[in-house]
Write a new protein. Structure first.
Lengths: 111, 115
């Protein structure tokens, strides 16, 4: 079964801390997505990557294809970063189209 | 561009009632998806469409139906609503297949409660 595992499930940190969220998956993928879901519920795409590293502002996403693992880092965290961060993958094999999602990491940044 | 829009935002149904969740995108995307999100669980694919007139089942299709008569619209129909269908429903679209290196755009979601 194709699965996506995220850790930690919940994370509370102080403003300014360096945050790391991890994602692992079980079979070969064509792309890995990091998404952000705010308390209002909307989901936005942060990164899509198939190799290496991407950076956008204070957010950095890395992927190790051999180890089937990705990390999302937030530098100089801020209360506005509080959200649920979701890892999702698109599999390169056959079967239904669409993404397979992890359960999400609920991040709270305290002032 | 409005992107992906969904209506309604909230709905309460009684067991056995039916309803249609509306989804529209204005990005001329061929691929559209319906997901449901249950508390503590990852989003699950219900149905998807690769173009007008073409739909297919995802991971959790039971109790739902879809149609795709136009590129823009992808409504999700619930027949005989059951409490197990209480969830938040997200519609999404993409230019190409999700199995390719391709971003998905999500609607704001519909929160459905079945009592």
């Amino acid at each position: 079964k194709n699965e996506v595992e995220q850790s930690p499930q919940n994370l509370t940190a102080q403003e300014g801390e360096f945050i790391t969220i991890n994602c692992s998956y079980s079979v070969g993928i064509s792309a890995l997505h990091w998404l952000q879901q705010h308390p209002g519920g909307g989901i936005v795409s942060l990164f899509m990557l198939s190799s290496g590293k991407k950076k956008h502002g204070r957010l950095i996403a890395t992927i190790n294809i051999q180890e089937k693992h990705s990390s999302l880092h937030i530098t100089a965290s801020h209360p506005r970063d509080s959200a649920v961060y979701i890892c999702a993958v698109s599999y390169s094999g056959g079967g239904a189209d669409g993404l397979t999602f992890g359960k999400g990491t609920h991040l709270i940044i305290q002032p | 561009n409005a992107g992906v829009t969904q209506t309604p935002k909230f709905r309460i149904l009684k067991i056995g009632q039916s309803m249609t969740l509306q989804c529209t995108q204005d990005m001329n995307h061929n691929y559209m998806y319906w997901y449901r999100q249950d508390p503590g669980m990852g989003l699950k694919l219900i149905y998807y469409s690769v173009g007008a007139g073409i739909t297919d089942k995802g991971e959790v299709p039971n109790g739902y139906n879809v149609s795709r008569s136009t590129t823009e619209d992808f409504p999700l129909r619930l027949e005989l609503a059951a409490p197990s269908q209480t969830s938040v429903y997200f519609c999404a679209s993409s230019l190409q297949r999700a199995t390719l290196y391709n971003e998905q755009f999500f609607g704001p979601g519909t929160r459905l409660t079945v009592l």
